[in-house]
Design a protein around this ligand. Structure first.
Ligand SMILES: *Cc1c(COP(=O)(O)O)cnc(C)c1O
Length: 407
């Protein structure tokens, strides 16, 4: 079937582009720090096809909840192939991961209690654990961090001495060992300087606390696939230079947790114009995609897109100063973008959004229209990797009136 005949809306992941971007990542890591592990960030997009594609290429699963942990297991990752992060771990999976030799980065006091307990119960085992560091990145890179002066809320704070106390507590456990530091920080700029600052913090902590680390985990937050912005080959040589002051690849692995940078360029969302209407001075285009599909957190101010114009059916296309492209939902905020100075769009035309791989599918709501189809493009052909949701999927796990469950 010709691509134009597939019913909209749908996401497409271009397998060739994804492969290329993945190779760019591994090639640049290999060149700068051959002792590396990639923990793919599940929360960014845990589409089972995507995750299993990346698993086949040797990545670990980077998860931040018990549900994601279970999903990783379900998709074939053993406990030792999971990087377990975040502040809402559950005790069962925390303990399982530690005992299996998975990578666990502690992010909260209750995990210290759990660690003490596991170590007490397994006195003949050495338990290796990582610690997530919270430090003032904004001071190193003014104006670049997501939270600015307010600072992030994850990990143990370095500046006020909490991190030092945590180290002391872990060091007091005879059979526990600090294996690594986790320094993920989100930034607005995703600049190379942010990652240099993170690497520099790892060096500083190693010196100050005399750590012997089997890994330094830089986290995610890279740019990828955007013209004029940094790419993987820009980050890792810079990081290497800083890390070399204190670390060597022979002793310390570099862990990276990419999400959006891997998927962006490969992923598009295809929508169709279903109706055109004039109200007041404004031309509205109603499309079968929604802002909820590609901007579920409602923060984007512009979109990368291209058009595929359909048959005009004898009508003339004028050039219009603005057309308001809006979504299928019945919410007024579902206006996707203002299309300026372009050909008059008509029903049957397609608007294809680019760079929509991260934080889209994973955040889509079941609002008014259910999850759309997802395809991959392989050798010019679209192959389906998720069937769109219908009311059958919507009602799964629900009880009707008269079927209430007592638990
Ligand atoms: C969100 C997140 C990532 C991935 O971030 P991207 O911006 O998608 O690269 C990696 N690690 C952790 C701990 C995260 O919370």
């Amino acid at each position: 079937m010709n691509e134009r005949e597939y019913p909209t809306p749908y996401f497409v992941i271009d397998e060739e582009q994804l492969t290329k971007d993945f190779s760019l990542l591994t090639d640049s890591l290999q060149a700068s720090w051959p002792n590396y592990r990639i923990g793919y960030s599940f929360k960014t997009n845990s589409l089972p096809w995507l995750v299993t594609f990346l698993k086949a290429k040797g990545v670990m699963a980077e998860v931040v909840s018990d549900d994601e942990y279970a999903l990783a297991n379900r998709l074939g990752f053993s406990d030792s192939e999971i990087v377990y992060n975040g502040p809402v771990k559950k005790k069962d999976s925390f303990v399982r991961s530690l005992l299996a030799g998975g990578i666990v980065n502690m992010d909260g006091q209750r995990e210290l209690d759990w660690l003490e307990e596991v170590c007490r119960e397994n006195p003949d085992r050495i338990i290796a654990v990582g610690v997530r560091v919270n430090f003032n990145l904004e001071q190193c890179c003014p104006g670049q961090t997501t939270m600015g002066e307010a600072g992030g809320r994850f990990g143990f704070a370095y500046e006020n001495g909490v991190f030092a106390k945590v180290l002391k507590r872990v060091r007091a456990i005879p059979n526990a060992r600090i294996a690594g530091l986790h320094l993920h920080s989100s930034s607005k700029t995703r600049s190379v300087a942010v990652f240099e600052a993170i690497a520099s913090m790892a060096c500083r902590l190693k010196r100050e606390f005399d750590l012997e680390l089997s890994y330094v985990d830089l986290g995610g937050g890279y740019c990828g696939g955007l013209p004029g912005r940094p790419q993987y080959p820009d980050y890792f040589p810079a990081v290497e230079k800083v890390l070399r002051e204190e670390f060597s690849p022979e002793e310390t692995a570099l862990i990276v947790e990419p999400g959006i940078s891997l998927l962006s360029k490969a992923t598009t969302f295809v929508t169709g114009v279903v109706d055109v209407r004039d109200i007041g001075e404004e031309r509205y285009l109603i499309t079968d995609g929604s802002r909820f599909n590609i901007d579920p957190t409602m923060i984007k101010t512009s979109h990368l897109f291209h058009l595929e114009l359909g048959p005009k059916n004898g009508r003339e296309r004028r050039t219009l100063a603005h057309q308001c492209v809006s979504g299928f939902s019945c919410m007024e905020v579902d206006r996707i973008f203002e299309y300026g100075n372009g050909p008059e769009l008509m029903s049957g035309d397609r608007i294809i959004y680019e760079n929509v791989g991260g934080y889209t599918m994973s955040l889509n709501p079941l609002f008014i229209q259910y999850f759309p189809d997802v395809y991959i493009r392989r050798e010019g052909e679209l192959l389906r990797v998720r069937r769109r949701w219908t009311p059958s999927e919507y009602v799964q796990n629900c009880m009707m009136f008269g079927e209430e469950e007592k638990i």
